[in-house]
Design a protein around this ligand. Structure first.
Ligand SMILES: Cc1cc2nc3c(=O)[nH]c(=O)nc-3n(C[C@H](O)[C@H](O)[C@H](O)COP(=O)(O)OP(=O)(O)OC[C@H]3O[C@@H](n4cnc5c(N)ncnc54)[C@H](O)[C@@H]3O)c2cc1C
Length: 370
């Protein structure tokens, strides 16, 4: 079967670019797993933070806001963003970091402000007074409905005539004189453009296609759910993060989602949590918060995949028709709408005015080629 574009990987990256392309292209979206979103996309903390990541990430996050607030007609029945706020907390020995973080945040979050110990304890009364000295509030942080975003993209993609095929593990696509020829158990397809949205496997997939890897590193991050302090309503707490990102916790239903904010290098795999990472996070959370963590209700881990400069890799490789959409790190949900629009424009050979040209250039795989 002939297509215009084959996209490999139906996590947030692949689903979003497939949706954008399907308006006027024949698109095949291939996913190894039975359920799209099974890997990193289904394991995130679901926070939309305008102040997170480097300048490229912040530009993409800001440019994605309009889509989240006003998605295309029929995309979803539910709101994609929900008010939350985020709080960076500092101990006395970290107090000098408050003004550094505030200065870094202000250009993107104009109403970010430093909070006193009393203001922090009024927001999160279970924090220990002898632990927290001050902090920074990001009033614009929001929760994202990741499930609704992914399903919106996949459903919209199919409605636009796209073909999603799960349980299909693709390797060793062949470059022919007209484009790419791909085969998998029980099928085959051809297309001039192949999009590598394989998440943690993106470098491995590139190698199998005869394309030089760009040096992506998957890094494991652990998360788990515990009960909050007894008789305390945590539902309206902010996302609370150590100012040096040594741990964070956030409300999850009536419970708490916790993470040691780990970044342990890993091979691409179905990541699983390590007991030691859970123990480290539990210890750090209990030092900051008046809570006894006895039972871990649920735990998981996911791979956040970074390029060496922590900027995503988006653009055509020198190998003709091979398009990178990888290295989304810890920001691949909040940046997906803008990244998908500019990736689709680039695949069509059109100019993109959603973000500055410098952002497009910063993401090009050409930066890893001598
Ligand atoms: C604990 C944690 C917290 C996070 N918190 C946030 C957050 O608050 N906000 C935010 O924006 N981001 C967050 N992230 C990051 C975000 O989840 C990722 O950046 C994003 O999900 C990456 O999407 P992806 O599509 O690139 O990868 P994936 O979702 O992993 O999708 C890649 C897909 O490719 C498929 N695949 C690979 N190779 C092949 C092949 N050869 N053939 C067929 N299919 C293949 C895989 O099966 C997989 O489904 C977090 C991540 C973690 C782990």
């Amino acid at each position: 079967m002939d297509y215009d574009v084959v996209v490999v990987g139906a996590g947030m990256a692949g689903a979003s670019v497939a949706f954008e392309l399907a308006t006027d292209r024949r698109v095949l979206l291939l996913e190894r797993e039975t359920h799209p979103g099974y890997h990193t996309t289904g394991r995130s903390a679901a926070v939309y933070l305008k102040s997170y990541g480097n300048g490229v990430i912040r530009a993409l996050t800001a440019a994605s806001e309009a889509f989240f607030r006003r998605p295309p007609e029929g995309f979803t029945e539910t709101a994609l963003l929900h008010p939350r706020t985020a709080l960076l907390i500092a101990r006395a020995d970290q107090a000098h970091r408050v003004h550094e973080e505030l200065a870094a945040m202000r250009p993107f979050v104009h109403d970010a402000r430093a909070l006193t110990q009393d203001e922090i304890l009024a927001m999160v009364p279970s924090l220990r007074r002898d632990y927290v000295a001050g902090g920074v509030l990001d009033p614009q942080a929001e929760d994202m409905d990741v499930h609704a975003i992914l399903q919106g993209y996949l459903t919209g993609f199919k409605r636009r005539g796209g073909t999603l095929q799960t349980d299909t593990d693709l390797h060793a696509p062949r470059r022919t004189h007209t484009g790419w020829s791909i085969e998998w158990a029980g099928g085959a397809a051809r297309a001039p453009v192949l999009v590598n949205a394989a998440g943690a496997w993106a470098d491995m997939f590139a190698s199998s296609a005869g394309v030089r890897p760009v040096g992506l590193q998957p890094k494991r991050r652990t998360a788990f759910i515990v009960d909050g302090p007894p008789d305390v309503d945590v539902m309206h707490w902010p996302v609370v993060s150590d100012i040096d990102e040594q741990f964070y916790f956030r409300p999850d239903g009536g419970r708490l989602f916790c993470s040691p904010a780990d970044e342990t290098p890993s091979e691409p795999c179905d990541a699983q949590p390590e007991e030691i990472d859970i123990a480290i996070a539990a210890d750090r959370v209990m030092k900051a918060l008046d809570v006894e963590i006895r039972t871990i209700r649920r735990s998981w881990a996911g791979l956040r995949t970074f390029a060496p400069d922590r900027t995503p890799v988006v653009g055509f490789d020198a190998v003709q028709g091979f398009f990178w959409l990888a290295g989304q790190g810890g920001y691949g949900i909040q940046t997906a709408p803008a990244m998908a629009v500019l990736a689709a424009a680039s695949i069509r050979g059109e100019a993109n005015d959603l973000v500055a040209r410098s952002v497009v250039e910063a993401m090009s795989p050409a930066r890893f080629r001598p």
